[in-house]
Design a protein around this ligand. Sequence first.
Ligand code: PHE
Length: 448
Amino acid sequence: MKRDNFSSKFGVIAAAAGSAIGLGNIWKFPYITGQNGGAAFILVYLICIILVGTVVMVSELALGRRAQSNPSGAFKKLKPSSRWNYTGYLAVATSFIILSFYSIIAGWVLSYFHSSITGKLINVAPNELTSYFENLVGNTPMMLFFTLLVIGITAFIVISGIQDGIEKYSKILMPVLLLTLIILIIRSITLDGAVKGLEFLFKPDFSQLTTQSVLEALGHSFYSLSLGMGIIITYGSYIKKEEDLVSLSLKVIAADTIIALMAGIVIFPAVFAYGFEPGAGPSLVFITLPAVFQGMPFGSFFETLFFLLIGIAAITSTISLLEVSVTFITEEFHMSRKKATILLSIGVFLLSIPSTLSFGIWSGVKIFSLSIFDLFDYIASYIFLPLSGILTCIFVGWVWGTKDAFNEISSDGLYPFSGYKVYNTTIKYIAPIAIFIILLYSTNIIKL
Ligand code: PHE
């Protein structure tokens, strides 16, 4: 059977950028920027993205494209009769677990979208917004419904395959996302007092920067580019030889970074204009912003648009998360795409139930003093993800070999470029060591 593939350049970029641009850009990036003092943090983040992000992304794309296979098949093909395929299993497991709790947050977003469009959210008194949020996430049946909705929409798109599903919908959704962002930016920067927010974002104050913020920036850059969980390997396997992987990676990375900055430009000027705190943390989007919208003319309209924006960003990421397991199951177990998608969606939904309950009746259940939701997040994002990232770098740098990797990256010489030395050093030493440090830091093995 002929393998499906992306049919156009724009399609590949839209799909890969769709994966990269997610809750990480619009929810997390602004709030960690807020907590770490703004512009100085952004600067460090940019350095991490350029240094480590590009090299790892290009390598994962090359790995997938050379092997024409799912992550575990890819390691197996390039190094037969070894145990490297376990790295592929690890990547698949990571994306599957992440999908189970990412869908829950995406569910919160859909629920907020629903209550914005029906005008309910705009009428919640500002001092009640915290309890509104807590009641919502604690309402297990309702949250399960919205999580199921997220998984359902995701499955609907994935079931149609690469060209007729992921590519087709990404090509529609990504431009809509950009347009929504632009409208919101215009609204936000024309508010009285918006300048303070822009200063916060773009005027570096290095006194706020700690070693911890540097590690946070590095970790987030990895997560934001969807690296280390088999997604980019999987997408790479559907990319044609005629595509220039370096230029593709640079475009995806630029898009991911620009959208994160744009999200900051929407959020901070508005937050400052209405006198709120920029460092509110995770509640920035779910509690602070609804209060901001309440004071704004046509607030209800902009609020709806904002949650639509995050909803789209989240769904284009859940698609890529599910696609990893679907490609894996269809190839390794010779199952049809339809059957694999349905079974995996049911599996993900079941796995999301304990996490959902951990905001409700199981809120008292703690394992290693973490709630079930936090535990899943911790295992997948802080242990599995960096581990699989390190192993991928080691594999490309030392096992498959940088010569072969470099060949594939340049499409066997079709797109020659002169960065071999830098590439070689980064993938062999800098990237794995940097990721190893993140791993030590995020598992508290080293404390700051
Ligand atoms: N890169 C996505 C984001 O920024 C997160 C993501 C992680 C997406 C893992 C897919 C897989 O939100």
